[in-house]
Design a binder for this molecule. Structure first.
Ligand SMILES: Cc1ncc(COP(=O)(O)O)c(C=O)c1O
Length: 400
């Protein structure tokens, strides 16, 4: 008998851990490392949010709450979605989770049977297919293409549907591409799912980080067509620079929310009581910090995109949301030089001490993910080093 459960054979650990460990080794050896691997804001949590957390401690708000989370916070989430999307949600459809990650995991646990297929699009955030595998499901991956900015096409999703399809997971804005699914596409997918009783799960963790005013009212599109089989997964992590607090949520039909309650009640119970008070301040308080951070990300995106694409070997779609650049560096790879984006990322750490995540981690060989949730100085320095490294590959390329 194996030491571990069979399910562990199917699941991979985070690919970013390897680069992170290497970066840490170099840092300890005294090198100046430029780290573009972070999946989180570099900004501090806004002051009024921190104050609410401290006040919660001082008021001894440090006990269990109901597993779903305090009613005020669930109501605040309903109000926020009414305000932002014009949809009516009741607190009985909301459950607070330890980040968007637990929101998605509760969903997978509650919906997916052994052998059920779950469709999602690639390049993807690896947690999405790994969670499906953890619960015994089969991820079915629909690739998107850089030729049209990694647009998710409805026909491709529909073509992947089989009698075993249990759910379709859409992540928009998308990590790592920064792409957005458009409302029309979401509508077509929702109509098809509605006809077949397939669940739609939308990971909206970057919903507040969209650079231009473009239509992205996915909650409304879904609620109009398919409300009884829609799950929205949200998070305070990215919008409010609260990754360490662990606050996310599901918005789902009452029956499914009851199942989430059972799962969470028997596993982690409520999210941290202090976090709930801080999240309440984040969601109901002034939103200036969200806009300020977005403006800063926009400047960084524009700069680092311009700096890197100045090199003819680097092609890059401009992200519409989130805070990652996903350049195609296949023009810098060659049989006699750097063969893969993993080789490239490894050599970049060793030679220039710049940490990026290779595209292989997102099912997209030939790409790199560069997080621009870091200071402009670091971005300039890192971009210079990447360009210098790219230049150093030219002779190998010519000779190949
Ligand atoms: C696409 C996507 N969804 C969800 C999450 C979950 O983040 P958290 O659990 O901190 O809310 C992340 C974090 O990196 C993400 O990139």
């Amino acid at each position: 008998m194996g030491m571990l459960a069979d399910r562990m054979a199917q699941v991979s650990a985070s690919a970013t851990l390897k680069v992170a460990a290497e970066a840490e080794r170099l840092r300890r050896a005294g090198h100046s490392v430029v780290d573009f691997s972070a999946g989180e804001p570099d900004f501090p949590t806004p002051e009024h949010v921190k104050a609410a957390g401290k006040a919660a401690i001082d008021a001894n708000f440090t006990r269990y709450t109901v597993a779903a989370g305090i009613p005020e916070l669930r109501q605040a989430i309903c109000d926020r979605y009414r305000n932002d999307y014009g949809v009516e949600i009741t607190p009985g459809e909301v459950l607070l989770t330890a980040g968007g990650k637990q929101a998605l995991f509760n969903t997978a646990l509650a919906l997916v049977n052994e052998g059920d297929e779950v469709i999602t699009h690639s390049p993807y955030w690896p947690t999405i297919p790994e969670q499906v595998k953890l619960v015994g499901g089969v991820p079915v991956i629909v690739p998107t293409s850089p030729d049209d900015g990694f647009t998710v096409h409805a026909e491709a999703i529909l073509a992947a549907i089989t009698p075993r399809t249990k759910a379709i997971i859409i992540n928009s804005p998308t990590n790592p591409t920064g792409g957005l699914i458009d409302e029309a596409t979401m509508g077509i997918v929702a109509d098809a799912a509605a006809r077949r009783g397939i669940w739609i799960v939308v990971d909206l963790c970057y919903e507040q980080l969209i650079y231009d005013r473009v239509p992205h009212n996915l909650p409304n599109v879904l609620f109009e067509r398919h409300r009884d089989r829609t799950v929205l997964a949200g998070s305070a992590s990215k919008a409010y620079a609260m990754t360490g607090w662990r606050c996310g949520w599901t918005i789902a039909p009452k029956e499914l929310t009851s199942a989430f309650n059972v799962i969470q009640g028997q596993t982690t119970s409520n999210i941290t009581s202090i976090t709930q008070k801080a999240a309440l301040a984040a969601i109901t308080g002034p939103q200036d910090a969200v806009g300020d951070m977005l403006s800063e990300y926009r400047k960084r995106r524009d700069n680092v995109h311009a700096w890197l694409t100045a090199h003819p070997g680097i092609k890059c779609v401009k992200p519409k949301g989130a805070f990652y650049l996903f350049p195609d560096i296949s023009g810098l790879l060659s049989p006699g030089g750097m063969k893969t984006s993993t080789d490239f990322a490894q050599a970049l750490i060793e030679k220039e001490h710049v940490v990026v995540t290779p595209g292989e981690a997102f099912d997209a060989p030939g790409y790199l993910r560069i997080s621009y949730a870091t200071s402009m100085e670091q971005l300039r320095e890192g971009a210079d080093r990447i360009l210098r490294f790219a230049e150093s590959l030219q002779p190998a390329r010519a000779g190949a």
